[in-house]
Design a protein around this ligand. Structure first.
Ligand SMILES: *[C@@H]1O[C@H](CO)[C@@H](O)[C@H](O)[C@H]1NC(C)=O
Ligand SMILES: *[C@@H]1O[C@H](CO)[C@@H](O)[C@H](O)[C@H]1NC(C)=O
Ligand SMILES: *[C@@H]1O[C@H](CO)[C@@H](O)[C@H](O)[C@H]1NC(C)=O
Ligand SMILES: *[C@@H]1O[C@H](CO)[C@@H](O)[C@H](O)[C@H]1NC(C)=O
Ligand SMILES: *[C@@H]1O[C@H](CO)[C@@H](O)[C@H](O)[C@H]1NC(C)=O
Ligand SMILES: *[C@@H]1O[C@H](CO)[C@@H](O)[C@H](O)[C@H]1NC(C)=O
Ligand SMILES: *[C@@H]1O[C@H](CO)[C@@H](O)[C@H](O)[C@H]1NC(C)=O
Ligand SMILES: *[C@@H]1O[C@H](CO)[C@@H](O)[C@H](O)[C@H]1NC(C)=O
Ligand SMILES: *[C@@H]1O[C@H](CO)[C@@H](O)[C@H](O)[C@H]1NC(C)=O
Ligand SMILES: *[C@@H]1O[C@H](CO)[C@@H](O)[C@H](O)[C@H]1NC(C)=O
Ligand SMILES: *[C@@H]1O[C@H](CO)[C@@H](O)[C@H](O)[C@H]1NC(C)=O
Ligand SMILES: *[C@@H]1O[C@H](CO)[C@@H](O)[C@H](O)[C@H]1NC(C)=O
Length: 425
């Protein structure tokens, strides 16, 4: 049943010859891309491997998620720099459901009051955050609802030596959203690069679409013997002179705020360690009620027209300890940074991470042990018409598809310390 539905959706929207059978060769197209290769099955942990030059990764069908990303650090030691679980079968079981490495959809981030208006019609979708006695399921929607795209098993469409494509068909009415959406997500590894390409097509009705990649980073692979946190990673957001103002439950207020040089939310004027301002009491509440740190949507202000591949990175994350530096290039106009204040040591590290007996630190992700960075559009733009995001967030049959492109470029930078690292304030 599932396979048949998938095959119809696939044939309706692309030119793949037929659904794939592991071990058989195939060719076809996905959107404008030609895909060809041998479909190899998952490994014993349910993961698919792809390889580039100096980089290797695993992906799983659950959420079209990245589960492992391996690079050698400046000492030549391999590090697995993303959060995840050892076994694909555990992703749907873990009660915290941390959106590890997946594709939130059909609308990433938060939707105010779990509702929106399109062409004068109000749609109420399923809430899943901030429950109250009157609203036991919540008063807003996070990452597409209680059964968002990153909690579903996608279908493997193509798998080559260096790339993998997953597809999902989201039915009309699912989580309350209008119309069917068919999506393809392709990940490709190159020379120390990880490229993402996400396409989504509204096939039957006009609907909001906003996708992202929800990857948890620790560029030390949790093997830094001085700290299990990512607070010493330095972050630079060279286009983010502004951010989207939010209320205590992280719903946009409508304000676009300036990031003044030297202020808590300034990663724009110079690189700064994530933890640089953690001793400043004003940082409490900066990522929601009683939360210290960041869960902030920055605005990428680039002068149009620009070529996102050439314009320079929208973000640079670097660990002086491992020397691994990540430059994020993207065609998206916003960039969410979450400093993992909600982690509490209850999720295990993967066997490919951590200290392995060198020091007695718990083999778990501790509070601030990661940084989530999400390339995406303006959060809740569907409820802020004055921002003019409709062309990027509202799609119907016959429109150009939703498109997200990003390139994560890795390099080794052995500069000894992070610039402007830490301070009293
Ligand atoms: C496909 O290619 C056409 C022609 O180059 C271009 O206009 C269109 O935007 C592309 N579509 C996608 C989804 O990349
Ligand atoms: C992963 O989990 C599956 C399902 O529980 C199990 O069959 C498999 O043996 C596990 N893989 C490993 C390597 O333990
Ligand atoms: C790391 O270096 C080792 C030794 O040169 C090599 O075998 C391995 O493939 C490298 N890892 C990656 C991810 O390139
Ligand atoms: C997803 O697939 C895994 C096997 O990889 C299976 O254990 C799990 O039940 C599936 N989850 C859903 C929601 O279909
Ligand atoms: C929130 O949604 C409910 C249900 O549609 C509606 O009755 C209410 O007016 C909405 N509240 C606001 C503030 O938009
Ligand atoms: C990979 O990139 C590095 C640095 O940009 C370059 O020196 C090297 O020649 C490239 N390797 C290949 C095989 O293209
Ligand atoms: C961490 O490792 C380095 C290099 O091996 C060593 O010099 C340093 O003393 C270690 N620090 C701790 C806290 O163990
Ligand atoms: C790491 O960050 C902490 C505060 O977050 C600071 O006290 C410490 O000096 C930093 N270490 C390095 C090596 O930058
Ligand atoms: C705020 O957080 C602190 C430390 O995490 C905790 O001790 C305190 O109880 C919290 N306060 C409220 C009002 O939730
Ligand atoms: C850690 O957080 C998770 C998810 O919020 C919660 O279920 C769990 O009880 C917490 N554990 C501790 C020890 O606080
Ligand atoms: C390496 O990191 C340092 C410190 O953040 C920075 O000044 C320098 O520009 C980086 N080098 C490269 C080549 O990106
Ligand atoms: C934040 O940290 C930076 C780097 O240490 C420092 O220059 C700045 O004054 C701090 N800002 C505040 C508001 O504490």
């Amino acid at each position: 049943m599932h396979t048949a539905v998938f095959a119809i959706a696939l044939w309706a929207t692309s030119a793949l010859a037929r659904p794939q059978v592991p071990g058989e060769s195939f060719t076809g197209t996905v959107g404008n891309d030609t895909v060809a290769g041998i479909s190899s099955g998952p490994d014993a942990n349910g993961k698919y491997e792809i390889c580039g030059i100096g980089i290797r990764a695993n992906f799983i069908a659950y959420g079209a998620s990245i589960s492992n990303l391996f690079l050698n650090d400046t000492s030549g030691i391999e590090r697995d720099v993303v959060g995840g679980f050892d076994n694909a079968s555990y992703y749907g079981v873990d009660r915290q459901h941390p959106h590890f490495g997946g594709v939130p959809g059909r609308y990433a981030n938060r939707i105010k009051n779990s509702s929106f208006v399109i062409d004068g019609e109000t749609f109420n979708i399923l809430p899943n955050e901030n429950p109250t006695p009157d609203h036991p399921h919540g008063i807003d929607t996070l990452h597409g609802g209680p059964d968002g795209w990153d909690w579903r098993n996608w279908t493997l469409v193509a798998h080559t030596h260096n790339s993998i494509t997953f597809s999902l068909t989201d039915p009309d009415g699912d989580q309350g959203f209008p119309g069917e959406v068919v999506s393809y997500v392709t990940y490709t590894l190159g020379n120390m690069t990880w490229d993402l390409r996400m396409v989504a097509i509204a096939t039957t009705k006009v609907t909001p679409i906003m996708l992202s990649s929800h990857t948890y980073w620790n560029l030390d692979g949790y093997a830094n013997n001085e700290t299990g946190t990512a607070l010493n990673h330095s972050l630079w957001l060279p286009y983010a002179g502004q951010r989207i103002g939010t209320d205590p439950i992280l719903i946009p207020t409508g304000d676009i705020l300036a990031n003044q040089p030297g202020s808590l939310n300034d990663f724009y004027s110079a690189p700064k360690q994530i933890g640089a301002n953690f001793s400043n009491p004003d940082l409490v509440g900066n990522c929601g009620f009683n939360c210290t740190g960041y869960d902030t949507a920055y605005v990428n202000n680039r002068q149009a027209p620009y070529d996102w591949r050439e314009e320079g990175p929208v973000a640079r994350l670097r660990s002086a300890w491992s020397g691994i530096q990540l430059d994020v290039f993207s065609d998206q106009d916003a960039f969410q940074v979450y400093s993992c204040g909600g982690q509490n040591g209850s999720m295990a590290l993967k066997s490919t991470q951590g200290l392995h007996g060198v020091a007695d630190r718990p083999r778990t992700i501790q509070q601030y042990g990661c940084v989530v960075m999400e390339v995406e559009d303006y959060i809740d733009g569907i409820n802020q018409p004055e921002w003019g995001r409709d062309k990027k967030q509202i799609f119907g049959p016959g429109d150009e598809p939703f498109l997200l492109q990003a390139s994560y470029k890795f390099s080794l930078n052995d500069t000894a310390v992070g610039l402007l690292g830490f301070g009293s304030g």
